[in-house]
Design a protein around this ligand. Structure first.
Ligand code: ZN
Ligand code: ZN
Length: 413
């Protein structure tokens, strides 16, 4: 069994650093029931850090699944009034929001993916304050993984349950930088590296980035004037710096949705709502995914690409070096929160408006007019390989190495 002290240290990191929790603040902890033992530690950490109040919202994937299967369509066109009140009130009060889950996989078999999308859309529509993008509003939020028996069994199917859970905890604590003598300081150092690299990349104002690898990937992604690269945490409207995800290793921007050209091959399976999409490729033309195939899960891939009229365009391009702890570990977590930090990735769908100067407050039509993508979905898929080169292309055609053989080129190291 993992010692309680180590888990409490992780809980304190998530509340204190992840949510950047301040004395007198409220916190809403949204958690799966099978995370209960850890949730109690997170609650304890919040009170110790001076919480004004602590609310826990429980969920259970199996109960959600049954509702999604048996409920009538109209149930998913809206969200319950109590839930709307809870989420919007938390956002208005500037509460911290901590989401604790045991990986997002399995459990959703038999559910029509359109219903899941409808539910997401309803939440975005009915809870505009809660759904406001990163960097907006007064609340701070952090999403993290908790080693549950179900998740551990998925990652380590051959181990007895208790051993699997311990092994998954060890992996989580390591990649979350939660296990050293001073996790908060480890995150301060990590943040400093992010700052140095994002500043340098943003200063370059590349016109495009080109990804090449021996698996056949040769993809050019156009970038917009005034784009910035982000990584680590983000400030809310009041200047409080928090980490939307722990762990995080990626440096990302949102591209010009109309200028993606070429072919990209996946480098890791994509675990999407319970099914696995493996060995796939996508060809882009004028920004749009026009052709694709997969060794398995092609139907799921098509569903992602065809979610709505803009889910065939990219909303994110992210850089993760092969030297990142998650990449080094070589473990498939079956959770996008972890796996997207293992390799360079792209996302189909929604952009991050704050990645382009002046776009944070734009309405959807304006974002589209500025060539930033808008969609109900945002689906990350991994493309980074150990031999991947990423080249920045300047407006005048000059090429600047960003990644050489899967890791930062000298200028950005
Ligand atoms: Zn990403
Ligand atoms: Zn993403």
């Amino acid at each position: 069994m993992i010692e309680k002290e180590r888990l409490y240290k992780y809980a304190k990191l998530l509340v204190g650093t992840g949510c950047s929790f301040q004395p007198g603040q409220e916190i809403l902890i949204s958690a799966q029931v099978d995370c209960a033992p850890f949730v109690r530690l997170a609650v304890e950490a919040a009170w110790e850090l001076g919480a004004k109040d602590v609310t826990v919202q429980w969920s259970d994937p199996e109960i959600d699944r049954q509702r999604l299967i048996h409920g009538a369509d109209e149930l998913f066109e809206t969200i319950p009034a109590w839930e709307k009140t809870m989420l919007e009130t938390a956002a208005e009060k500037g509460a911290a929001v901590l989401r604790l889950g045991g990986g997002m996989f399995g459990g959703m078999e038999g559910v029509d993916p359109k219903r899941l999308t409808a539910k997401q859309k309803a939440t975005r529509r009915e809870c505009p304050k809660y759904s406001a993008g990163l960097g907006k509003g007064k609340s701070t939020r952090c999403g993290c993984g908790i080693a549950t028996p179900a998740w551990a069994k998925k990652v380590f199917p051959d181990l007895p349950e208790e051993e699997a859970v311990d092994k998954l905890w060890e992996a989580i604590l390591k990649v979350a930088r939660a296990d050293g003598p001073d996790p908060a300081q480890a995150w301060a150092d990590h943040t400093e590296n992010f700052r140095r690299r994002t500043t340098r990349l943003t200063e370059k104002q590349f016109d495009a980035v080109r990804y090449t690898a021996s698996n056949g990937t040769d993809l050019t992604v156009g970038l917009l004037p005034g784009h910035c690269w982000w990584g680590g945490g983000i400030e809310n409207e009041e200047g409080v710096y928090y980490y939307p995800n722990i762990p995080t290793e990626e440096i990302f921007t949102s591209p010009d949705r109309t200028r993606t050209e070429g072919v990209v091959h996946s480098s890791l399976p994509l675990s999407h709502r319970g099914s696995l999409i493996e060995d796939f490729w996508i060809r882009f033309e004028n920004g749009r995914a026009v052709e694709w195939d997969a060794k398995s899960g092609k139907e799921q891939l098509s569903h992602i690409i065809e979610t709505d009229e803009n889910s065939c365009y990219l909303g994110e391009a992210a850089l993760v070096p092969k030297s990142s702890p998650i990449s080094q570990m070589g473990l498939l977590f079956y959770s996008v929160l972890f796996d997207e930090n293992a390799a360079c990735h792209l996302a189909l769908g929604r952009c991050y408006p704050f990645c382009v100067a002046g776009a944070s407050d734009m309405k959807e039509e304006e974002l589209l007019a500025h060539k930033l993508n808008v969609s109900a979905t945002h689906c990350d898929f991994m493309i980074g390989t150990a031999d991947m080169n990423v080249t920045g292309i300047m407006k005048d055609g000059t090429e600047v190495p960003i990644f050489v053989n899967g890791d930062w080129a000298e200028e950005f190291a």
